[in-house]
Design a protein around this ligand. Structure first.
Ligand SMILES: Cc1ncc(COP(=O)(O)O)c(C=O)c1O
Length: 390
């Protein structure tokens, strides 16, 4: 009994109570938003509060960061004005020309930026990081300093074994950064699996309400690179705004219940859509036939996430027509919000994308699973009728 009462609090409890971030002056349960852009000096010319200027740091931002660090079991976390700002800060903080090994399948916007990384003096090799042999073959001894993986990865939900890639990275004194936007800290703890850095588009599940653009990094240990990342953030003006940080923390309070419910519905839909005659495939790591299922089952604890994709037997035309026929699903980009979104990814990713043209990406929200299923089936049937001219 004694052992039980001393057990550390579970992530869900920590998130719901937001580390008791209230207001010590008024004893308000909910914290205020610190909007000040500047701070008063002390009589002795110092800044005893630690705050100087709003581009460097902010108390509301720090509250959200402390909560994120706790959820990721990280030594520290930093938030940024977007997921892109968080991800690019890592590369801008690298001290010398570095060879990077990165997932071939990843969020297209970041892949596009990485494709031009040579302008910053770095080089990159994109590989299928679910294939560990390909990862090893991509390594350049003495040059490779960073491995960058996204798992599950957008929009095929490819799974990369974080522990295995971290072993490869650490054998050569390189770092591993994991984009864990889709898995969220509810289902995966990259740092516990050996990652050095974790990146999130906090715009997605962490905030969860499609009303904030934000990014986050969490680190296994504070050191020189982390200090440089913090400096890059201040110099580039990439700090998250205080109101956004406050909203993010409010979103994080319900992260656990939201994400578990979204994953439950996604799994249900994936199973029910399997074998639908209008579909040539259902991509979801929770399905036993998914190539990454075994690794996902080991690496993701408690669920496989709220994202899935479907491939249309009728090709691109059928995919676009289906997206046009849904009513409950909203036809918009992004993911991880409370409302379900459907998107023809190839249209947005453009030339050179590994995303097949017949694919629709589904971000499952918190609506009733039957409403989502029936709406999608209705749209699949209607797009089939459109194609055959019936
Ligand atoms: C997996 C992943 N990482 C990073 C990003 C970039 O995040 P943001 O849009 O917040 O800049 C996105 C955006 O869609 C994403 O899906």
């Amino acid at each position: 009994m004694d052992d039980q009462t001393r057990a550390p609090l579970k992530a869900r409890t920590i998130a719901a109570q937001a580390l008791d971030a209230g207001d010590p002056i008024t004893r308000a349960l909910v914290p205020p938003i610190h909007m000040s852009a500047t701070y008063l000096r002390d009589a002795d010319n110092g800044y005893s509060s630690g705050y100087v200027y709003g581009r460097n740091d902010n108390a509301s931002v720090q509250q959200a960061e402390a909560l994120l660090a706790a959820l990721e079991s990280a030594e520290e976390a930093l938030t940024f004005a977007s997921g892109m700002a968080a991800a690019t800060a890592v590369f801008l903080a690298l001290e010398r020309p570095t060879h990077i090994v990165a997932s071939k399948v990843m969020y297209w916007g970041f892949r596009s930026w990485l494709q031009n990384i040579a302008r910053y003096g770095h080089s990159i090799t994109f590989v299928e990081t679910s294939d560990l042999r390909a990862v090893r073959e991509a390594v350049r001894p003495g040059e490779t300093g960073l491995f960058w993986i996204e798992t599950p990865s957008n929009p095929l939900w490819t799974i990369t074994d974080i522990a295995a890639v971290s072993e490869i990275a650490h054998e050569m004194n390189a770092l591993l950064c994991v984009d864990s936007t889709i898995a969220t800290p509810v289902f995966t703890h990259p740092i516990a699996c050996g990652a050095d850095l974790v990146v999130h588009s906090a715009t997605k599940y962490l905030n969860g309400h499609s009303d904030v653009v934000a990014g986050a990094l969490a680190t296994a240990r504070v050191g020189n690179l982390w200090d440089r990342i913090r400096t890059v953030r201040a110099q580039f003006g990439a700090l998250l705004g205080p109101f956004e940080a406050w909203l993010l923390m409010r979103g994080l309070r319900t992260l656990d219940v939201r994400v578990r419910e979204q994953a439950r519905t996604a799994a249900l839909l994936a199973g029910r859509l399997l074998g639908h005659p209008a579909l040539s495939g259902v991509l979801y790591p929770g399905l036993p036939a998914h190539p990454g299922h075994a690794v996902a089952a080991r690496q993701m604890t408690g669920g496989f996430g709220g994202m899935l994709s479907i491939r249309l037997a009728g090709g691109e035309t059928a995919a676009v027509a289906t997206a046009a026929h849904v009513k409950v699903w909203k036809r918009a980009t992004s993911l991880g919000g409370v409302e379900s979104l459907i998107e023809h990814r190839a249209s947005i990713e453009g030339v050179g994308t590994p995303c097949p043209a017949d694919l629709l990406r589904l971000s499952v929200g918190l609506e009733d699973p039957d409403d989502l299923f029936l709406d999608l089936v209705r749209a699949l049937n209607a797009s089939g009728r459109t194609r055959s001219g019936r």
